[in-house]
Design a protein around this ligand. Structure first.
Ligand SMILES: NC(=O)C1=CN([C@@H]2O[C@H](COP(=O)(O)OP(=O)(O)OC[C@H]3O[C@@H](n4cnc5c(N)ncnc54)[C@H](OP(=O)(O)O)[C@@H]3O)[C@@H](O)[C@H]2O)C=CC1
Ligand SMILES: O=C(CO)COP(=O)(O)O
Length: 322
């Protein structure tokens, strides 16, 4: 199967960074947003100042304000926010039929509780699903800083090779479920870790939160059919650590602001806010103990102080560490 040309749908920070990585890997890239002004900016100036300021984009990237040119691409990368993926897929389902589609949003769908690959399967059942996840900030990828990610799907090696460059290293994997859940859940935990920091609860509390988040995530991944081994890799502990410790993460910064009692304006997309109630509902449905996801939901709902949320967590019955 030819993998020379790629259409990246979603010209936000991540879509633009992945377009840059694909172009640096030698691919011809069409980058599809929804603003004619942005398409003109990409074509005339090779920049995306709104979503990825300060980066010179590779000349192999062309900007588009519709999906017309995407049909000719050998494979597609979908990079719109998790709650927008269905709309985009449903707007042009034939575009995805029979093609490799790399899903890169990190979130679970409201109401349906579906993962991104489940949404793709429901809209375009013949599409070939792949999931790209792992510790990778758009600005780092676009700047050509060394980044390693997981690319999960059937026989993912050729696609990994098509995206690999001197500074972008995808590792092929099989476990779509585990990789998707890890990418989605880490955003919820990043909110919690940010809040721990924002409320000045200390570095010990943050490390405890991170370790217990890993244990909780392992329970959920196992119960939902993923492999806990996936969590030992880039998409698991790699991304959880990055997002729970770096102020570059919008989810972490959102948690920081919540912990400090500040407003959330200007931080940008924090996928964990939409995914937190979905993760809670999934855990409850499966009778999985998920106290940290419950705690983050309490925090997001407002009306309960952080100190009483933390007191509730600390007062839970003592148990063996599993
Ligand atoms: N930024 C990062 O470092 C990383 C992000 N991700 C994931 O990538 C996904 C996208 O995030 P990111 O690019 O950062 O977000 P941004 O906010 O930077 O960009 C979102 C993009 O999606 C477009 N969009 C929003 N809603 C719709 C819609 N309904 N239909 C079509 N297009 C839409 C926006 O268009 P418009 O500009 O017109 O509003 C914008 O181009 C998220 O799931 C995130 O978790 C994953 C790894 C790293
Ligand atoms: O997923 C990311 C890094 O791997 C980006 O994190 P934020 O969406 O929290 O900025």
């Amino acid at each position: 199967m030819a993998l020379e040309t790629v259409a990246v749908i979603g010209a936000g920070a991540w879509g633009t960074a992945l377009a840059q990585a694909a172009a640096m890997a030698g691919r011809q890239v069409s980058l599809h947003g929804r603003s004619p002004d942005l398409a003109s900016e990409i074509n005339a100036f090779h920049t995306n100042e709104r979503h990825l300021p300060g980066h010179a984009l590779h000349p192999a990237i062309t900007g588009h304000a519709d999906l017309d040119a995407a049909g000719a691409a050998d494979f597609i990368i979908l990079a719109v926010p998790a709650q927008a993926s269905r709309d985009v897929l449903e707007s042009e389902p034939k575009l995805f039929a029979g093609k490799p589609v790399v899903l890169s949003a990190k979130g679970l769908e409201h109401d349906t509780l579906l993962r991104q690959s489940e949404i793709l399967a429901s809209v375009a059942p013949t599409a070939l699903p792949y999931v790209l996840s792992g510790p990778s900030f758009a600005a780092d990828v676009a700047a050509g800083r060394p980044t390693a990610v997981t690319l999960a799907g059937a026989d993912a090696e050729p696609l990994a090779a098509a995206l690999a460059g001197p500074t972008f290293r995808p590792y092929a994997a099989d476990d779509i479920i585990g990789v998707e859940l890890a990418g989605s859940l880490k955003n919820v935990y990043a909110l919690g870790c940010g809040a721990v920091e924002g409320a000045d609860l200390g570095a010990s509390a943050r490390a405890a939160f991170l370790a217990r988040a890993y244990a909780e995530m392992s329970r959920l991944v196992s119960a939902l059919g993923g492999s806990p081994t996936t969590l030992t890799g880039l998409a698991g502990i790699g991304d959880l650590t990055l997002s729970c410790t770096s102020v570059q993460s919008r989810n972490y910064r959102t948690g920081l602001a919540l912990g400090r009692g500040e407003t959330l304006e200007g931080i940008g997309l924090a996928e964990g806010v939409a995914t937190a109630p979905v993760a809670r509902d999934l855990a409850r449905k499966l009778h999985i103990d998920a106290p940290l996801i419950e705690a983050v939901n309490l925090l997001l709902a407002g009306g309960t102080s952080i100190s009483s949320i933390v007191a509730g967590l600390m007062a839970r019955p003592l148990k063996r560490e599993t």
